[in-house]
Design a protein around this ligand. Structure first.
Ligand code: BGC
Length: 400
């Protein structure tokens, strides 16, 4: 029997969202454009999403009432800079109101500065790999400074740069007319990877020069690559450009965001499919809660001395009892990591709301259900359960 694993009082306890996935009507973004072009990944457009651009107060009221003390949300570059060098004061004021609204409700905001989407004009000029992208990112962050300049403790510069670099590969094959790969592991685009590492460093510098109190980091998607016997070298080769490069770039940051959902097993000939007898989630991933503990250990090993924050962890399921089961296991593995001395400072569940899962609405990751016609929010039992875990400050133990 494990002892009660108590969290420090200042441990961050929240849920995460991203602007494009919940706001609706993000018409100046590259994703809006992809959603309306021929693309086998897109089953439906984001449309009004959860209408959170207008209903963010309701979202925050619910999270605060449920027992969360932190909220990670992103601000949308495409709204703040709809045309190159043209900034929207109204969009900046909107996100500042969100920061203040969170604080009024007792939620500490963690602000993500880039979560997958960019203004369409930025993508059309060549995206991250084009010369000067870091400069443009810094210019946008300077214009957005009123959002985070006071009262924001944490800013996440770029969400999952490793996925952004992989999307660049897919985008290139799409625009050059080659068929999009529908299986296997995409190789992140090398030039995009280098540009993102540069843009992150530049963003840290920019944010700190304008708001020295803000603690900055970026969040990396951790795939928990597990070698089967004989596949150790291959696994390291697969993992390095897809994950380790980005973890290494976090060395010396104020914190590193860990995002974990499942594992990827690698056999001697490459990635293995999820075994047919394993429990599959709505995204087709293996239900494997222990992934979080492995992701924390791997991140700590690659960025020694950098505090970790779980900025995303969750499951797409229509059965909320499986969400509680999954999250219990994940938190149990987080508690083990803390017991081992790994410096973890917070946990944000993905996601606060059922939202637009990059091409479709069917994989429901939310603690709170959203009616697609009326936008009515209904917290699921998992939301009350996870809020109560936060209030108790004691992490659950999974059945052996
Ligand atoms: C992303 C989220 C996404 C989630 C589930 C992460 O890759 O940051 O935007 O919805 O995982 O797929």
């Amino acid at each position: 029997m494990k002892h009660a694993r108590r969290l420090p009082e200042d441990f961050l306890w929240g849920a995460s969202t991203s602007a494009h996935q919940i706001e609706g009507g993000n018409t100046n973004s590259d994703w809006w454009f992809f959603e309306h072009s021929e693309n086998p990944y897109i089953k439906e457009p984001s449309g009004d999403a959860c209408d959170s651009y207008h209903r963010w107060r309701e979202d925050m009221d619910l999270l605060a009432r449920l027992g969360f003390t932190d909220y990670r949300f992103s601000i949308e570059w495409a709204r703040i800079e709809p045309a190159p060098g043209e900034f929207s004061r109204s969009a900046v004021a909107h996100y500042r109101r969100m920061v203040e609204g969170a604080l009024e409700r007792g939620l500490r905001p963690m602000v993500t500065l880039h979560h997958f989407t960019t203004p369409l004009w930025f993508t059309e000029r060549g995206g991250w790999a084009a010369a000067g992208s870091d400069e443009l990112f810094a210019r946008y962050l300077t214009a957005a400074a009123p959002v985070y300049a006071t009262d924001v403790a944490h800013a996440c510069t770029i969400n999952e740069p490793n996925m952004v670099a992989s999307m660049a590969t897919l985008y290139r094959s799409h625009t050059s007319g080659q068929p999009l790969p529908t299986s296997g592991l995409t190789v992140p685009d090398g030039a995009t990877t280098e540009a993102l590492v540069r843009a992150h460093a530049r963003a840290v510098e920019t944010v700190k020069s304008l708001a020295p109190h803000v603690s900055t980091g970026w969040s990396v998607a951790n795939q928990v690559y597990q070698p089967q016997p004989g596949a150790e070298d291959l696994t390291a080769t697969i993992r390095h450009p897809r994950e380790d490069v980005f973890l290494e770039a976090a060395r010396g940051d104020d914190w590193l965001g860990v995002q974990s959902y499942t594992r990827t097993r690698i056999g001697p000939n490459g990635p293995l499919p999820v075994p047919a007898d394993a429990e599959h989630t709505l995204t087709g991933w293996e239900h494997y809660p222990q992934a979080l503990g492995h992701a924390l250990r791997h991140s700590a090993a690659l960025a020694p001395g950098t505090p970790l924050i779980v900025t995303e962890n969750g499951i797409a399921t229509a059965d909320d009892t499986r969400r509680i089961h999954y999250t219990t296991g994940a938190l149990d593995s987080l508690a083990d990591a803390l017991d081992e001395g790994i410096d973890v400072r917070g946990y944000f569940h993905w996601s606060a709301l059922d939202n637009y899962e990059w091409g479709r609405y069917q994989p429901t990751f939310g603690l709170i259900a959203v009616d697609r016609e009326t936008f009515t929010r209904t917290p699921k039992p998992s939301a009350a359960w996870l809020g109560a875990v936060g209030r108790s400050r004691v992490l659950p133990t999974a059945a052996p």
